[in-house]
Ligand binder design. Structure first.
Ligand code: HEC
Length: 123
């Protein structure tokens, strides 16, 4: 009786930890956004800075913000901002859309996942 209970407890803890590792952390994404993105991007609709507003960007077509002068590189790269495309773009904007004017990249996959979770909440 004792061993199975302990085993079940350990399995429960282990799968809980694995889930915590796998699930993107939106709150952490918000902090990363404020540190690395907010100097150029707002999440308010229509508020463009050095970069376009990212309000509702998740699921939208590339170059989704109105009244923003996109680079010809990004404008020519017509896809939807799925999670996978956002991930590829953030990992290396120039490789995703040659000629893109976005000057920063996010090398760590967990950082990208957390940022994307946060971007998805901004609709
Ligand atoms: C120094 C300014 C700057 C910073 C910092 C910056 N960006 Fe950008 N971003 C831009 C510019 C400029 C564009 C437009 C690129 C183009 O036209 O090629 C852009 C475009 C984008 C787009 C595509 C938007 C669309 O409407 O298609 C996304 C998504 C994006 N940035 C996310 C991010 C995230 C997430 C961060 C933080 C990790 C970030 N950016 C940091 C300047 C910046």
């Amino acid at each position: 009786m004792r061993t199975p209970t302990l085993l079940a407890l350990m399995l429960g803890l282990w799968s809980g930890a694995a889930l915590a590792l796998a699930a993107p952390d939106e709150a952490r994404g918000a902090r990363l956004f404020s540190d690395q993105c907010s100097m150029c991007h707002s999440l308010s609709a229509g508020e463009n800075g050095m970069g376009p507003s990212l309000h509702g960007v998740s699921g939208a077509p590339t170059g989704h913000a109105s009244n923003f002068a996109y680079s010809p590189g990004l404008a020519a790269h017509k896809v939807r901002w799925t999670e996978a495309n956002l991930d590829r773009f953030l990992a290396d904007p120039a490789a995703f859309a040659p000629g893109s004017a976005m000057p920063v990249s996010v090398p760590a996959a967990t950082d990208r996942a957390d940022l994307i979770a946060y971007l998805k909440s901004a609709r």
